[in-house]
Write a protein that binds this ligand. Structure first.
Ligand SMILES: C[C@H](N)C(=O)N[C@@H](CCCCN)C(=O)O
Length: 550
């Protein structure tokens, strides 16, 4: 008897479903960092100092970590299925984003709501004592309301993250699942790069600064994300109609099934590796530009010159799109000559991109190469995991590269501070290697989860991993800041006593100890990776096996 073909057996339809989910994540990642590149404008336009800005940014993880929203999101996902949760997460993201937009809009200034926020939310019993409150006495009202919006958005975006992962498992299990997840993450990285370039662009459009324009740009993208999820809803419904809703109805999810996840040793190892690795990457990303500013001497191009203008930014973004497109196309051709051509274009694009970054003499443009490499190679590595396996080995190798990079930033880069080209060269090579590590680990980690837990609890499994990971993402930016202050007492005192200006202080920090701390996270991740590989061999978890069934 021949098996009835379903939508997911058609490669074009399967990849179209992925495109909808990945585009929604692309838009979400843009909103996630929408204010990061305009921290200076938030200070000058809305009076947010570093504390207000940092507290608002940190609010994203608050409900997920401390009110356990992510755990509920996983249960909702396993009980209600992918299409319902996708719509819900799209709606929650949009509501949070609109609140954040209103907080920074001109209309909020002088409103009754502004007065209410100024006088309230100064003390949250329980959370204040633990030092984890997302508000504080004296925080600007706009930052408080923006924090409320951002914590709601944070619930939506993490819910969307686990939903998209489960959706990819649903459509791609037994097929090119790692390539699909790698491609989705590549588009998400492109989202981060897009935000870094276009958020300041919209804020300064037409010569007049308006920070709410950047947030409005993000809100429009989240509307598009919701449309993507709505279209996906109908594809998913049709697939379920064809498969008899096998995954989500035959064996309904029960809360006690979560116990099964928690009793899996492999699951705990992957969750631990995830929190250790991502804590050394995402929090570092928030400080990396400043770390480069402290370790390199820049000679900015003359005002009004080509290298100081916006045109070069747009050209760099176009190069980024070409590199992303050629690297992606590389996975879908078997013709050797075409593969060589695509690879050559990608490499030339990368070199030109780096050269332009060097000519612009700014830490932001040098660090911009970090997501670019991940955009290019995450899908390629995903394809390797699909066809050759070796996920556990890749997790170990990615951790080794992470350690090497953080130690190079800590001990080798400062030696080249006075060398005009040497420092930039070392920075580029190290960032590129870190980008390779940031492709190796995500490309092998996320597609390994379905091998460790039952299909019907996969949503809860992703949610638990995200929850554990979010604790690290909340904690380590704070720890980096604290270690930085404690190991640079001179800078802190000089700033307090007005011996140096905030601008001088900002580029005077020694980053050695925060970087050593991040390298230690890499060592811990490597040890977990070694144990995971051993457990995989003994218990036959299949992590080293290919995903594609022959
Ligand atoms: C920050 C978020 N919790 C996360 O871990 N994101 C991962 C991707 C997870 C897979 C999403 N479908 C990342 O590497 O960005």
């Amino acid at each position: 008897m021949t098996e009835k073909l379903t939508l997911r057996d058609n490669a074009a339809v399967r990849w179209a479903a992925l495109l909808l989910l990945a585009l929604a994540m692309f838009c979400s990642y843009i909103f996630m960092d929408i204010l990061s590149p305009i921290k200076d404008l938030m200070q000058s336009e809305r009076g947010w100092d570093s504390l207000a800005f940092g507290t608002m940014q940190g609010s994203e993880t608050f409900l997920n970590v401390f009110v356990f929203f992510l755990i509920f999101a996983g249960i909702i996902l396993d009980k209600m299925g992918v299409r319902f949760t996708a719509l819900l997460s799209g709606g929650v993201m949009l509501i949070g984003a609109v609140i954040k937009w209103y907080a920074v809009a001109e209309g909020f200034k002088g409103s009754g709501l502004e007065a209410w926020f100024t006088n309230n939310l100064n003390y949250i019993p329980g959370f204040d004592e633990l030092g984890i409150s997302p508000f504080y006495q004296g925080m600007p009202a706009s930052a408080k309301l923006a924090a409320v919006g951002f914590m709601i958005f944070g619930c939506g975006v993490e819910m969307a993250g686990i939903t998209v992962s489960r959706g990819i498992v649903k459509w791609f299990k037994g097929r090119e699942i790692a390539l699909a997840m790698g491609s989705e993450m590549a588009l998400a990285r492109l989202g981060v790069a897009t935000c870094m370039i276009f958020s300041p662009f919209f804020a300064k459009l037409g010569g007049q600064v308006d920070v709410s324009r950047s947030v409005a740009f993000g809100v429009v993208l989240l509307m598009i994300a919701l449309i993507m999820f709505i279209v996906y809803f109908f594809m998913d419904k049709k697939l379920d109609a064809q498969t008899g809703e096998a995954e989500e109805k035959d064996e309904p999810f029960k809360i006690k099934d979560i116990g099964k996840i928690l009793s899996s040793g492999g699951f705990w190892l992957v969750a631990l590796l995830c929190v250790l690795y991502y804590s050394a990457i995402f929090p570092f990303q928030k400080y990396a530009v400043n770390m480069l500013q402290c370790n390199l001497s820049f000679t900015p191009p003359a005002e009004g010159s080509f290298w100081a203008g916006n045109t070069v930014t747009i050209i760099q973004y176009c190069i980024m799109l070409v590199v992303a497109a050629t690297a992606f196309a590389f996975n879908f051709t078997s013709k050797k000559s075409l593969k060589t051509l695509l690879l050559t274009i990608s490499v030339i694009g990368l070199v030109v991109f780096c050269y332009m970054g060097y000519m612009r003499q700014s830490a932001e443009t040098i660090f911009a190469v970090f997501p670019l490499l991940a955009v290019g190679i995450t899908p390629i590595l995903g394809k390797v995991v699909d066809n050759k396996g070796k996920a556990a080995s890749m997790l170990m190798f990615g951790s080794i590269l992470l350690i090497v990079c953080h130690l190079t930033f800590a001990f080798i880069l400062p030696l080249f501070k006075d060398s005009a080209i040497g420092g930039v060269l070392i920075a580029y090579v190290t960032i590129l290697i870190l980008g390779a590590s940031f492709s190796l680990v995500p490309a092998s980690l996320w597609p390994s989860v379905p091998k460790l837990v039952d299909q019907k609890v996969i949503g809860s499994a992703y949610a638990l991993i995200f929850w554990i990971q979010n604790i690290g993402l909340w904690l380590f930016p704070l720890l980096i800041g604290k270690v930085l202050d404690n190991t640079n007492p001179q800078v802190v005192n000089d700033l307090k006593n007005h011996v140096i200006t905030p601008e001088q202080a900002a580029v005077s920090y020694n980053y050695t100890w925060p970087l050593v701390m991040l390298a230690c996270l890499g060592v811990a991740a490597l040890i977990i990776g070694i144990i995971l590989k051993r457990v995989d061999k003994v218990k036959g978890l299949g992590l080293e096996l290919p995903n594609v069934q022959q």
